[in-house]
Design a protein around this ligand. Structure first.
Ligand code: KG4
Ligand code: ZN
Length: 334
């Protein structure tokens, strides 16, 4: 079946047409209109500005994705939309647009959880991947280790007590003078530094959860101490040591979660899954334990609508249909 998907939970407006079915997982088109340039000058996403920017382009990029996929709206079998979690004003734009489009054109509407969508990006990249498996969604807003029992049965294994991992990357980058969002630049800088140069605290808590605020503060303190002493800041060493602390902490909690759940496959997803060091560390961990490792290509790690369309297919097959009373929700239950 062909699904038109809409995503507007944060700072990317995205639309896609995917074809899903028995043995078929195909992206026919995927358009992402990023607002990064708009939010850069504020050093982070401004929710009100994000909502307005979604309104400005959602109709245009929906037309664009239909044209690119050479699909008429009449050939679309269902419309999918991210309804939770995310910035409420941003989510509402996509939800109301999708509701109008679905009901005016008499198409079934499927509401999708953004976190489930991130995991579903792996289905598009790996045709044979099927639950059960352990997954981690690491992004700007989320740090969740999830037991994916079936396509529509998710159980949270561990999360973060404070900042999300992507947020920690972006905040550490900011201290180093790197513009928002600095995660990708931290990844690049880390290639050139010494990962043992600075001892940063682990974000892994006893029991399996995460806390990134201590690590973030340690980076800020390190930079301030260098400045006070008149020492030059080595950005590469900081990026590299920070990244090592993040990767080791995540590997430790994933190892615990694998022990706890007994799963034999692991999926890494979300914007931070684009991090080359994290991909390498987790790939090594999985290899050493004989666990299958799955990660989407980098362009499917960040927010996009193809992943929402992919998850919508499984929700649709499980009987999920949204009505005109569908509302957006800032928080989600998975
Ligand atoms: O999934 P995403 O696009 O949006 C959310 O749902 O939050 O993730 C965006 C986050 C940002 O914090 C960004 O800095 C981070 O992913 N990110 C990275 C890399 N590429 C994007 N963090 C570390 N290394 C990267 N290569
Ligand atoms: Zn996301």
């Amino acid at each position: 079946m062909k699904i038109l998907a809409i995503e507007s939970s944060c700072d990317e407006t995205a639309t896609a047409v995917v074809e899903m079915g028995d043995g078929v997982r195909r992206i026919l088109s995927s358009v992402v209109a990023s607002q990064i340039e708009i939010h850069k000058r504020f050093g982070g996403v401004v929710p009100e500005v994000a909502g307005r920017a979604h309104i400005e382009c959602i109709a245009r990029i929906t037309r664009e994705t239909l044209d690119e996929s050479e699909t008429a709206l009449s050939d679309i079998d269902a419309i999918a939309v991210t309804a939770r979690p995310g910035l409420i004003g941003a989510l509402l734009v996509g939800v109301n647009f999708a509701k109008s489009l679905a009901f005016a054109n008499r198409k079934p509407l499927v509401d999708v959880d953004h976190i489930r969508g991130h995991v579903a990006a792996a289905y598009l990249a790996h045709p044979d991947l099927a639950p059960p498996f352990l997954a981690m969604v690491a992004s700007g807003g989320h740090t969740s280790i999830i037991d994916v029992r079936s396509y529509t049965d998710y159980a949270l294994v561990a999360g973060t007590r404070d900042d999300a991992v992507g947020e920690a990357f972006d905040k550490a980058a900011r201290v180093l003078g790197i513009p928002y969002p600095g995660g990708a630049e931290m990844d690049r800088l880390a290639d050139y530094g010494d990962e043992h140069a600075i001892k940063f605290p682990s974000p892994a808590l006893e029991g399996g959860e995460f806390s990134f605020s201590g690590l973030k503060t340690a980076v800020i303190n390190h930079v301030h101490t260098c400045e006070q002493r008149g020492e030059e800041i080595n950005r590469e060493d900081i990026a590299s040591s920070f990244t090592r602390a993040v990767c080791d902490g995540i590997c430790r909690q994933i190892a615990l979660a694998l022990d706890k759940t007994g799963r034999e496959r692991f999926v890494l997803a979300g914007g931070v899954a684009a991090n080359s060091h994290l991909r390498a560390s987790l790939s090594e961990l999985c290899e050493s334990r004989g666990i299958g490792f799955y990660v989407p290509p980098k362009q499917l790690c960040g927010d996009n609508a193809a992943m929402i369309g992919a998850q919508a297919y499984y929700e649709y097959m499980a009987g999920v249909r949204a009505s005109t009373s569908l509302n957006a929700c800032a928080t989600g239950e998975l």
